[in-house]
Design a protein around this ligand. Structure first.
Ligand SMILES: [Zn+2]
Ligand SMILES: [Zn+2]
Length: 338
């Protein structure tokens, strides 16, 4: 089978011919229909995001995967050949306190499913990592595995801070951001959603996706958010970029008793001090999403409340998709369709 693999950090992926993986026990082989192209793949490809132990080169990237069950191990009972499924990749040890609470993705990044979906087939280490699509198109559903799931979890963290008319700023309207706007409209429709980005075309798309206001990040974005909210600031800021600049914007834009959720892997830092943020502002990160949160996201898609904007690339053009993403040229999500 064909698989796009990273051999050397900083180099393009190479399209290799590799054996189709075997399945044993409760393992499942998926024929990939769609694999979303995520900014974290760029961070991995460039070497900025250190590979966790267990993720060895050459590595097939791609962690937003959906397709059809091709083969099952002898112990598999939940799915059968031909079923349309998405892969939840945030596997943990399954037995520690965090995992027992259902937040396996917070257990240990080294246990996340390593070999990804930029390939004709993907080996899934256990049937328990699959979610049935029940009517959703796997190509549309693939980006939901991260671009939908990650903002959904971040939005759940901010819900206790919201009230009718409260302002939520979403910084970065890329793959995750364009889903965050739709999820907010679905789960917190009485809030005011402020989209922040550097690119005018992404801000235009944000307005179409339901943002109440759009703010150009190349100017004084925090000042603009404070002005739009009558001096109060945003009750929640979801930072999907994570650079020094975006975190500075978040810190200056967040309201008293507000919350900043850091999601983006931009590598920036936010100095934390008593008077550095408005009173009792919470700062937290958000790690991917749990299995049940993924089920929730798929339910939102099935209801028609959210839908990724996608651009398809065949597998042999995956580097083109990654390069377009690096240049900020992808609107919504690029999806590799082997
Ligand atoms: Zn991702
Ligand atoms: Zn665990």
């Amino acid at each position: 089978m064909k698989a796009a693999r990273l051999h050397v950090l900083g180099q393009p992926l190479s399209l290799d011919t590799v054996p189709v993986p075997d399945v044993a026990r409760d393992e499942v082989l998926i024929r990939i229909a769609g694999a979303g192209v995520c900014h974290s793949d760029l961070h991995i490809r460039s070497g900025e995001f250190p590979l966790p132990p267990g993720f060895e080169l050459p590595l097939t990237l791609g962690h937003e995967n959906a397709g059809y069950v091709e083969a099952v191990g002898p112990d598999v009972t939940a799915v059968k050949r031909g079923d349309a499924v998405a892969v939840w990749g945030g596997r943990g040890c399954g037995s520690c306190r965090i995992c027992r609470q259902g937040d396996e993705q917070c257990c240990n990044i080294a246990l996340w499913v390593a070999a990804g979906g930029y390939a004709e087939f993907m080996h899934v280490p256990s049937e328990r990592l699959l979610v049935k699509l029940d009517g959703l198109d796997p190509i549309d559903a693939a980006p939901l595995a991260d671009a939908g799931l990650t903002p959904y979890r971040a939005i759940k963290k901010i819900l206790p801070h919201l009230y009718p008319g409260a302002a939520v700023a979403v910084v970065g309207i890329g793959g995750l951001g364009h889903m965050a706007l739709q999820i907010l409209r679905a789960v917190a429709p009485s809030t005011r959603v402020i989209a922040v980005d550097v690119a005018p075309e992404r801000l235009a798309a944000a307005a179409e996706l339901g943002a109440s206001d759009v703010v150009d990040a190349r100017r004084d974005a925090a000042g603009e958010i404070v002005r739009l909210t009558g001096g109060e600031g945003a009750q929640a800021v979801i930072d999907l970029v994570g650079s020094d600049a975006s975190l500075r914007t978040a810190a200056s834009a967040a309201a008293r008793k507000g919350i900043i959720v850091l999601v983006g892997l931009g590598g920036g830092t936010l100095p934390f001090s008593f008077l550095g943020l408005r009173s009792e502002c919470t700062v937290t990160s958000s790690y991917w999403g749990s299995y049940t949160e993924f089920q929730d996201v798929l339910a939102l898609a099935r209801r028609g409340s959210i839908r990724p904007t996608i651009r398809r690339y065949p597998l042999d053009r995956v580097n083109e998709a990654l390069d377009a993403l690096a240049r900020g040229e992808v609107q919504g999500r690029a999806v590799v369709t082997p």
